[in-house]
Design a protein around this ligand. Structure first.
Ligand SMILES: [Zn+2]
Ligand SMILES: [Zn+2]
Length: 133
């Protein structure tokens, strides 16, 4: 593959990923729903070191989602697009695949927190529940 590049809604933030994700999925947790106004987050997970900010500034918001492991959600400081969710404890950066310049590289295979999906949302049966190998 070539390098994946992406940008926020207002184009102030530009980034690239220097590795291919081995973990692509949709997260139906209620935090992702509230932040995104959508039934799920589109998660393209890479190591934090493989996320390279090229332009702009990310505004971080750190909190404990209830797991005891803090996560930081990173937003464009201008338009508010959520670019990435980082967990230092898990050494993972979950990048917003819908901000890729070529969104067709995203191929979700895993379903996170599918039991939290809204009643009107049909969860793709092809998604493998996270943790079930
Ligand atoms: Zn922006
Ligand atoms: Zn989530």
């Amino acid at each position: 593959m070539g390098t994946i590049s992406g940008s926020c809604f207002c184009q102030a933030v530009k980034y690239e990923l220097t590795s291919e994700s081995q973990l692509q999925g949709l997260c139906y947790c209620t935090d992702c729903q509230r932040v995104g106004g959508s039934a799920h987050w589109t998660s393209y997970a890479v190591a934090p070191a493989d996320f390279r900010l090229l332009e702009g500034t990310l505004t971080p918001y750190t909190y404990d989602p209830g797991s005891g492991r803090e996560v930081t959600r990173h937003f464009c400081g201008k338009c508010g697009t959520q670019i990435m969710v980082q967990s230092d404890a898990l050494d993972v950066a979950s990048v917003n695949a819908m901000t890729f310049d070529d969104a067709s590289v995203f191929k979700p295979e895993i379903g996170y927190f599918t039991t939290s999906a809204p009643a009107w949302c049909e969860v793709d049966k092809g998604l493998r529940p996270f943790g079930a190998e």
